[in-house]
Design a protein around this ligand. Structure first.
Ligand code: HEC
Length: 286
C-alpha cells in the first residue's frame, strides 16, 4: 500500500474526530487504535499469509518482540488497515484467466449442443408418462385410478375400452370424445358416443352426472397422451394393439393437423392419413 502523506492523515484524523466527537489527540489515541485493530481474531486468522504482506504492517507490529524496530514505530504513520470485508475481497479466489475464454465459448457450445439434439418431434414424446401427468386434470371426476366418482364415469377395469374399443375406430372416437366433451358432442349431433355394440348398450351423451367438459384446450400431444394413458392403464389394452395405437398417435401428433369438427369420422381419417404418411403398418388393426 502506498504511503499516505502525513498531512492527509492528519486531516482525516481531524475529520474523524469531528464526526465521532472523539478528542483529536494524535499520537497516543490513534496509535493505540491502530495497534488494537489488527489483533482482533478476524484479521489475523483471515490472513494466514499476513506476515509476508506489506499491506498489514500493523499486524507485524503486534507480532511483538521479533519485529524490526522501524516496523514497530510504523503504526503511528500507518494508514488504517483495510476493513475486514475489503481484505476478504482481496484474498478471495479469483476466476482463473483461462475461464474467461471458456465463458466466451459457452454460448457457441450451447448452440452446437442444441443443434445436435433431435428436433423435439413426437419420437421424444413418451405417451404414457406424459398422459399420467395430463390425467391429473381428469382425476377429480374420474378418480385417481379411473375408478369413477359421482362426477365422472368409471374408466378402469377395462370400462373405457368397452366404450371405445381397441383399434383405430375406437381410438378416434376416444380422442373425439375427450376433445369435444358432452356439450361439444351434442353440438355436432352426437346423441350417442362410442362403440354401438357396447355391452349394456351404446353410451348416451349426457347420461351421467352433469356431463363432461371438452378438452380442446389441450395440445394435441397432451390430448393423445391422456387418451393413450387411459386406454393402456385403465383399459388394459393388449401390448400388440397398444404398440399400434401408440405409433398412430405419435404420427398424428407429429403432423399436428387442425381439427374442423373433431368428429370421430374426421379424426379417424386424420389418424389414417398420418399413419400412412409415417409408414405405420396397419395390418394389426382390427
Ligand atoms: C367435470 C368432471 C369431469 C372431468 C374433469 C373429466 N370428465 Fe370425463 N366424463 C365425465 C362425465 C360426467 C362423463 C359422462 C359424460 C356424459 O354422459 O355425457 C365422462 C365421460 C368420459 C369418458 C367416457 C367414459 C364412458 O365409458 O362413457 C372418457 C373416456 C372420459 N370421460 C375421459 C376424460 C378425460 C381424458 C378427462 C381429462 C382430460 C376427463 N374425462 C375429465 C366427467 C368428467
Amino acid at each position: 500500500m502506498a504511503e499516505v502523506p502525513e498531512y492527509l492523515l492528519a486531516r482525516s484524523k481531524e475529520r474523524r474526530a469531528e464526526l465521532t466527537g472523539e478528542g483529536a489527540d494524535d499520537s497516543g489515541g490513534t496509535s493505540s487504535t491502530a495497534a488494537a485493530t489488527p489483533t482482533d481474531g478476524d484479521t489475523s486468522s483471515a490472513a494466514p499469509s499476513a506476515p509476508a504482506s506489506t499491506t498489514t504492517p500493523a499486524t507485524q507490529s503486534s507480532a511483538g518482540a521479533g519485529a524490526p524496530a522501524e516496523r514497530v514505530a510504523a503504526p503511528v504513520a500507518a494508514p488504517e488497515p483495510d476493513p475486514p470485508y475489503v481484505q476478504a475481497a482481496q484474498q478471495r479466489k479469483r476466476m482463473p484467466y483461462w475461464a474467461a475464454s471458456v465463458m466466451l465459448m459457452l454460448p457457441i457450445w450451447a448452440i452446437f449442443y442444441v443443434g445436435m439434439l433431435e428436433p423435439p418431434d413426437s419420437d421424444e414424446l413418451v405417451l404414457a408418462e406424459n398422459g399420467s401427468v395430463v390425467y391429473s386434470t381428469c382425476a377429480s371426476c374420474h378418480g385417481t385410478n379411473g375408478e369413477g366418482a359421482a362426477t365422472g364415469r368409471q374408466l378402469n377395469e377395462g370400462e373405457v375400452l368397452l366404450t371405445f374399443a381397441p383399434g383405430a375406430t375406437g381410438l378416434a372416437q376416444h380422442i373425439s370424445w375427450v376433445y369435444l366433451g358432452t356439450a361439444g358432442s351434442q353440438r355436432i349431433g352426437l346423441d350417442f358416443y362410442g362403440n354401438p355394440d357396447r355391452p349394456g348398450g351404446q353410451r348416451q351423451t349426457n347420461s351421467y352426472a352433469s356431463g363432461m367438459s371438452g378438452f380442446s384446450n389441450l395440445s394435441l400431444e397432451d390430448l393423445v397422451s391422456v387418451v393413450y394413458y387411459e386406454r393402456v392403464v385403465h383399459g388394459g389394452l393388449d401390448a400388440e394393439t397398444a404398440a399400434l395405437e401408440e405409433e398412430m398417435l405419435l404420427a398424428l401428433a407429429a403432423d399436428d393437423p387442425a381439427f374442423e369438427t373433431a368428429s370421430p369420422e374426421e379424426i379417424a381419417a386424420l389418424l389414417g392419413e398420418s399413419a400412412e404418411g409415417h409408414g405405420v403398418d396397419m395390418a394389426a388393426d382390427n
